[in-house]
Design a protein around this ligand. Structure first.
Ligand SMILES: *[C@@H]1O[C@H](CO)[C@@H](O)[C@H](O)[C@H]1NC(C)=O
Ligand SMILES: *[C@@H]1O[C@H](CO)[C@@H](O)[C@H](O)[C@H]1NC(C)=O
Ligand SMILES: *[C@@H]1O[C@H](CO)[C@@H](O)[C@H](O)[C@H]1NC(C)=O
Length: 499
């Protein structure tokens, strides 16, 4: 039975080569997978096809539609290159050959200067799961307008632990700054821009499961422009699920990332390590992404990034995890909106122009403002919901272990709902009723910064005679108002830590 089908397949195979050959005469578009291969390569390919794909597919055309005969001539099916969709044998070389063919530009068109337009070429994984032993590093010749999609990649047991399954890594780019080097000095943003030299633009990685097999990371995007990572499931990474370094506009959306495949409450949660998304570049977006295990959910060391709809339950704060960690002290420029921080919080170093709003913090998750050089300028934490238990955890906390915040300007922490946690705010109000001459309001439990009231308003409401009264003291976040005699009155006080 098998040999009959094999004979049929071989006939189809050679017939399709003939068609390719014929169509090449007519059209420059016939850049199929077989073009340019030596006789020996073809025979190797035949052998690996025999060895693998035939057994798994009852279809008479297991290699997928031949590029030249299909209606889209720029779809490169990795199975047609001998990749093994069952994951039994190593498919690295086969997939790299498919990628290499897809990177042959059909014409002289370019995207941004120097980047060949690959015309919408697709590297199609044919719904298979492939074992790879080396990174799929995109060709150094560069290119754009290409997709890699629809299948799974699994790192082999000897995959290099300092690399990623798929790498957009131009030859000109410096070494990777993975999580392992995270304690290094931050690269100033100017130098990130200066070193910019891109080889890839508008590359789309879509509908992929990437399994790093606890050896290295999932995807690296270095100095690239306008990259899409869409509907991917990235797991078993030890460094970064996705590393974005330099470049701009990497859009990561509708994806799931986790070091371990788990659904919360994992007994081994304290051992989670790695970073799901390491953003070391500018102008990126993470949209509708779930991070279900990793020590750090999203590490941000670039500017003008936006996170929306990101759900982090990667590693609880109680186990030492962080949902979103914002480095780049003094140059933050980050927006976090509509996110869900689930038992794990946000840490921001010297935040400058940081917005955290419309987000939901569950399970005592909170925000830490960490002083590096003592500067906070332009921070809004507004319109969030915080939910916890026990009323012992502050929703926003200061980490001044490296020194106090000394420059504080335009900081608004306000309009957050809080249940089972302690409210912290930069504005506060109260009313005091009594028959007395001294009214004292202690705002220190609620105000975020110690001993800092920049603005006070008060009103003294009396029904009887008119006393003389004045604001007497604002130090220590306490307000003292005094009248010249005891009067039954209500005093309304409002304070603000900003001017
Ligand atoms: C977690 O890590 C600790 C210390 O490294 C180790 O002893 C323990 O076996 C790990 N737990 C699991 C379930 O692997
Ligand atoms: C308010 O206190 C003063 C002095 O203690 C007292 O003389 C006065 O009767 C009190 N007024 C009222 C309405 O309780
Ligand atoms: C204001 O109150 C603080 C204690 O809260 C006190 O040390 C200080 O002397 C007071 N200042 C004045 C002018 O009364």
């Amino acid at each position: 039975m098998a040999s009959n089908s094999m004979l049929f397949f071989v006939l189809v195979f050679w017939a399709s080569l003939a068609v390719i050959h014929a169509s090449e005469q007519k059209s420059q578009m016939g850049l199929g997978p077989f073009r340019g291969l030596s006789y020996r390569d073809r025979m190797d390919m035949m052998k690996s096809i025999k060895a693998t794909s035939f057994a798994v597919s009852p279809s008479p055309s297991p290699s997928g539609p031949s590029p030249a005969t299909s209606s889209n001539p720029r779809v490169y099916h990795v199975t047609a290159y001998g990749a093994d969709p069952t994951g039994q044998t190593d498919s690295t070389d086969a997939i790299l050959r498919a990628i290499s063919d897809a990177f042959r530009a059909p014409d002289k068109r370019q995207l941004i200067n120097g980047i060949p337009d690959l015309g919408g070429a697709e590297v199609h994984l044919d719904g298979g799961g492939y074992k790879i032993s080396r990174p799929l590093r995109l060709p150094a010749s560069g290119g754009g307008n290409l997709q890699i999609h629809s299948g799974s990649l699994h790192a082999s047991d000897d995959f290099p632990t300092d690399r990623h399954l798929i790498e957009l890594w131009p030859a000109s780019a410096p070494k990777l700054e993975s999580t392992a080097q995270e304690e290094e000095e931050n690269t100033p943003i100017g130098s990130l821009l200066e070193s910019f030299s891109s080889s890839y633009e508008f590359i789309t990685l879509k509908d992929l499961l990437l399994d790093s097999n606890y050896r290295g990371g999932g995807v690296s995007v270095i100095n690239s422009l306008r990259t899409n990572i869409d509907n991917c499931y990235i797991t078993h990474f030890t460094t970064d699920g996705i590393l974005v370094q330099g470049g701009h506009e990497t859009y990561i959306r509708n994806s799931f990332l986790g070091q371990h495949i788990t659904a919360g409450g994992d007994p081994d949660e304290k051992n989670f390590s790695g970073t799901a998304i390491n953003l070391r570049g500018n102008d990126n977006a993470i949209t509708d992404v779930v991070i279900f295990s990793a020590a750090i959910g999203v590490l941000i060391a670039g500017q003008a990034n936006i996170l929306t709809g990101v759900h982090c339950y990667n590693k609880a704060t109680g186990w030492g995890g962080t949902g979103i960690y914002i480095q780049l002290p003094g140059q933050t420029l980050t927006r976090i909106v509509n996110c869900y921080l689930d038992y794990t919080g946000i840490v921001a170093e010297d935040p400058v122009q940081l917005l955290i709003s419309n987000s939901f913090f569950l399970g005592n998750a909170y925000v830490v403002l960490k002083s590096i050089n003592g500067k906070i300028n332009g921070l809004s934490i507004v319109d969030n919901s915080f939910s916890g238990g026990g009323n012992v955890v502050d929703i926003v906390q200061l980490d001044q272990s490296k020194g106090p915040f000394t420059t504080i300007d335009q900081v608004i922490v306000d309009r957050n709902h809080v249940q089972g946690m302690r409210l912290k705010s930069t504005v506060a109000k109260c009313s005091i009723q009594g028959n007395q001459s001294i009214w004292t309001a202690d705002f220190s439990p609620v105000l975020l910064f110690p001993n800092r009231i920049s603005y006070v308003e008060y009103t003294l409401q009396v029904t009887g005679s008119f006393p003389s009264h004045a604001l007497r003291n604002v130090s220590g976040n306490r307000i003292v108002i005094e009248s010249d005699r005891s009067v039954p009155a209500t005093v309304y006080i409002s304070v603000d830590q900003n001017m």
